[in-house]
Design a binder for this molecule. Structure first.
Ligand SMILES: [Zn+2]
Length: 169
């Protein structure tokens, strides 16, 4: 199976990913600890796909903020009496979308931090919402739980990537 060069040092890697022993470019197994370099590449590839999926979720949550803002404007048109109230919804959902677009880009280099910021934003927002109007706590509770789980998974992936990069350094 041809392995794509997912990490920059794959084709000519000269140190073992596990124990840092120097390895000849054509050697597959580490002479010191026996680690399989092909397995190491696959592990790296797996981390890359999980990173990609965590980033998609962060972007998806941003899109969800935008959509829920639009729905709020359409459904609650009568309750949102003034232009200021409508603008507030527009600015809030647009701003949250912009923040998540930024987090999506940032997650490429700092997936752990980006996922943590996204989760903190989500929790803060819904805590503030619940404080203002306690009846909102159970509104869309399934979606809320799903988002927290998804972001927790993104944080987990970010943490593992962070750990792997530190091991490699
Ligand atoms: Zn080794």
């Amino acid at each position: 199976m041809a392995l794509p060069s997912l990490i920059d040092d794959t084709p000519t890697a000269t140190t073992c990913n596990q124990c840092k022993t120097a390895m000849a470019a054509r050697e597959r197994f580490c002479p010191s600890c026996g680690a399989d370099r092909e397995v190491e590449w696959q592990v790296a590839g797996l981390e890359m796909t999980r990173l990609a999926s965590a980033r998609k979720w962060i972007l998806g949550i941003g899109v969800w903020y935008l959509i829920s803002g639009a729905i709020m404007l359409l459904v609650l048109r009568k309750q949102l009496g003034t232009d200021e109230q409508r603008n507030l919804v527009l600015v809030t959902s647009g701003g949250l979308f912009a923040i998540h677009l930024g987090l999506y880009v940032w997650a490429k280099t700092a997936p752990l931090a980006a996922a943590v910021v996204s989760l903190l934003l989500f929790v803060t927002l819904h805590t503030a919402n619940a404080a203002l109007d306690p009846s909102t706590i159970y509104k869309g509770i399934v979606i809320k739980v799903l988002f927290v789980l998804v972001l927790a998974k993104a944080i987990q992936a970010g943490y593992e990537i962070h750990r792997m990069r530190n091991q490699r350094a």
